[in-house]
Design a protein around this ligand. Structure first.
Ligand SMILES: *Cc1c(COP(=O)(O)O)cnc(C)c1O
Length: 392
């Protein structure tokens, strides 16, 4: 039989659960895009988006998804023939590299495999080699959503500085912004890429590129639609978006930013994500004590707070995902980019997620492992509940 009636829960790492408040805010007829209401709404979003990223620098917004954000960052930083170094810990780092390579950029990828974060010492050593002077930009992810590896961004910045290298430092924070601390100015990030549909609790469709004054001064001549400066310096409403504003999305984003920045507050949102992640990790440890189940990333410091990639050996992750979807109305993420995708899944805990969603997810996974006779240790739900009880 199935227990899938009732509200389904989508625990995939993007799009994340859309709050009813945000959906309601978007549900409205088209406004006059030249009216004062839209101009004020648009102008109000930018300071809050900068506060979110911990920056007083420049912000360009685009109608697009994360791939659009990557490309916008690429074409403003780099042109064909320029050299870029990508520090990749998985599928998303490699995809950003591919997006730059397709523009004719000379891309060198430093790969960190096996659930490992980018190593600052290796970066520093590479940047001190004689041929490193021509590297114009260093690209990396704060969180690679495929492996759930979290990079230590300040440590990577320190490694660049230790090598005395002048490259622009660009960070993809699409899967971490709003879920864990990110301080663009303090951490010395030159270019930061974000998108609406993950930690920001909004529908897909908005991409953001924040850029430092140093990056602005060094910008390449980008195609006019993608050029960041006219958007960052916009005065009239249409200039912010390079044409008709995404009006319903702007109302939704306003509501989502109010929830995140005002109602909950960033420190509380970060602490909630931390607690939800720790609850899940406690459950994974319990399962792993009696089966071939483990978080892909060994070191808790190198784990994302917004998504956890889990290995379930013997190709048992795919049947478990299917069982959870059909019996429990719970959808987990696929093992994107994994060596054996059937033995990997991802549990998202990003954005609009509560303890009852997390504990329900864990208890349903427990039920699925029992039903499918997947060997696993007991006590996972209790271990996760203890984490919530201790932190709440
Ligand atoms: C989701 C994601 C992307 C891609 O975003 P799309 O909206 O799917 O284009 C890029 N980088 C990271 C880290 C992501 O999590």
């Amino acid at each position: 039989m199935s227990f899938a009636a009732g509200r389904p829960f989508l625990a995939i790492p993007g799009p994340s659960p859309l709050p009813d408040r945000v959906a309601r805010a978007m549900h409205r007829p088209a406004p006059d895009i030249y009216g004062d209401q839209m101009l004020e709404l648009g102008q109000g979003l930018f300071p809050d988006l900068k506060r979110l990223a911990g920056t007083s620098a420049n912000l360009a917004a685009y109608i697009g998804n994360g791939h659009a954000g990557w490309e916008a960052a690429n074409v403003n930083m780099l042109r064909a023939g320029d050299r870029a170094l990508v520090l990749s810990s998985g599928h998303f780092g490699n995809s950003w590299a591919a997006s730059a390579r397709a523009l004719g950029v000379d891309v060198e990828v430093m790969e960190f495999t096996g659930g490992k974060p980018a190593d600052p010492a290796r970066l520093s050593a590479r940047l001190q080699q004689p041929d490193a002077g021509g590297i114009r930009a260093i690209l990396t992810t704060q969180v690679d959503t495929a492996t759930s590896v979290r990079n230590d961004i300040p440590a990577l910045r320190a490694a660049i500085d230790a090598a005395g290298h002048q490259a622009l430092f660009a960070v993809d924070a699409i899967a971490s912004l709003g879920c864990e601390p990110l301080l663009m100015d303090e951490w010395g990030i030159d270019v930061l890429v974000g998108a609406s549909q993950k930690g920001l609790m909004m529908a897909p469709g908005l991409a953001f590129v924040w850029f430092s004054d140093r990056a602005r001064a060094a910008a390449r001549l980008a195609p006019p639609y993608w050029a960041w400066q006219p958007r960052a310096d916009a005065v009239e409403g249409w200039q912010f978006w390079g044409g008709t504003a995404p009006v319903q999305h702007m109302f939704g984003l306003r509501e989502a930013l109010d929830m995140l920045l005002e109602d909950e507050g960033l420190p509380a949102a970060y602490a909630r994500h931390e607690g939800l992640a720790q609850a899940l990790w406690a459950a994974v440890d319990a399962w792993g004590s009696g089966g071939d189940i483990a978080a892909l990333v060994d070191d808790p410091n190198a784990r994302a707070r917004s998504v956890t990639a889990i290995r379930i050996g013997g190709g048992r992750a795919t049947p478990l995902r299917e069982w959870l979807d059909s019996r429990c109305a719970l959808v987990l993420g696929i093992g994107l980019g994994a060596a054996d995708p059937a033995s990997a899944l991802r549990v998202a805990h990003m954005g609009h997620v509560s303890a009852h969603q997390m504990l329900g997810t864990i208890a349903c996974m427990d039920a699925g492992m029992t039903a499918l006779q997947i060997p696993h240790g007991s006590g996972a739900t209790e271990a996760a509940a203890k984490v919530i009880a201790r932190l709440a």
